[in-house]
Design a protein around this ligand. Sequence first.
Ligand code: F6P
Length: 536
Amino acid sequence: MNIWNDLARHHAATASRPLLALFDDPARASGFSIEACDFLLDYSKTGIDAEARALLLLLAETAGVEARRKAMFTGAAINETEGRAVLHTALRNMQGRLVVAGQEVLAETRATHARLVTFARDLREGRFRGQGGVITDVVNIGIGGSDLGPAMATLALAPYHTGPRCHFVSNVDGAQVADVLRPLDPETTLVIVASKTFTTIETMTNAAAARAWMAAKVADPAAQFAAVSSDLVRTAAFGIAPERVFGFADWVGGRYSVWGPVGLPLMLAIGPAHFEAFLAGAAEMDAHFRAAPLARNLPVLLALVGVWHNQICGYATRAVLPYEQRLSRLPAYLQQLEMESNGKRVAMDGSDLPRHSGPIVWGEPGTNGQHAFFQLLHQGTRIVPCEFLLAAEGHEPELDHQHLLLVANCLAQSEALMRGRSLAEATRLMQASGLSGDECDRQARHRVFPGNRPSTTLLYPRLTPHVLGGILALYEHRVFCEGVILGINSFDQWGVELGKELALALAPVLAGTDAGGGKDASTLALANRIRAIRDH
Ligand code: F6P
């Protein structure tokens, strides 16, 4: 039995059925929603019916999601192309023991966590000081997983900030480091250099720039640097004292690393207690993911919705639409999490993937997106499944009326995407505005919404540290399940390497010390034009 074929057949047979028709079943909304931890996931506004769901669950089962899940949590080397375990979940596991290859691994992660807490308390309470006094600003220098997670989470949890101001520098474009550092006082600034490998060219270049900026005003610049890395030799070579170096093992992937030392800026901003609530929210999701049967398992269901839309229905992209301004960096964070994990054309065994890899993920917070790209979501020729994220309550009781407006907009969008507006309805509207004849018909056609555009809504009570931890762990496990179902290794990222190599090779061409033999004519012409402009 080929489940993929069965799913394709079922999709073909049901594709023309209006989504609204599924609600003839009075139990549709509750039967196609799932509640766990802090969340309600409503996937009833998708084309998945009971038969599709049964087939999708069978797909997860036969792909071995349960066995692979156990292998991940118990430290098997499931990142097979790099020969590594995948244990970011250990960073939020504050109870029990975990023995991998005869070694207890949690004692070390907890010891590092305790060191981070001590450092954060010392800094926040003024015992660790800059050479001009209490630390007022923290600059995190990192890129990819060493930036997106802490930057996104620090913004998301702004209502909990009681520590120093946190800033983030990632791009090798000197404009960013210059703009971030310009208003800061080097005497009261801490710089964190965050890089798992401590070799990433963007990060090391920005770190050197920050050190020079610090050295211009501060007698001992290295004393106001901390490092987050799994390479303790390189951090020492950079001159950062071991007491301010926070390491982590190679079984924590960059895009899965916000839970440990990479989360230091977040811990400094919100304090250790809130950071621990963030970890606890993720740990609760881990426990649910490990224990719940596939049919009642939130990450599994979210993954199956993803597979249905991407691989079965053929929708190439997925819009992530948080109706939560403070989650404005979530789409960028998820782009790395999902696309660096599952954007691969070769299966774990080296064979060509027989179907598409993971989807293109993009998005913006609502309501802003409504006034930009929602036009295409409603009336474009391509269908984009939408993922709405929504809090029942905001953090501003005095502006609760605004929160209700936000909620109304979010619900209205998923309703409009599903319901649409028929030509008859549009014609009636035009007639009511006084039009008739050909002009009425023409204008009405522009006002038709085809509808039947699928969406999910993830509802949570309020964006607390605990809830944010749960959201991120939910997405991590969703990516994991999609990867297992597609047969992908979600934990390597070879696709980023070629560009890095070619950039290194182009540096001497741009400097004029290499003629660029072997380069294609387009690249060479561009490089030469840039040199000519700069030489003027
Ligand atoms: O180039 C991709 C990547 O390796 C990501 O996977 C990673 O998050 C990022 O670069 C930064 O790497 P590092 O933390 O080692 O500087």
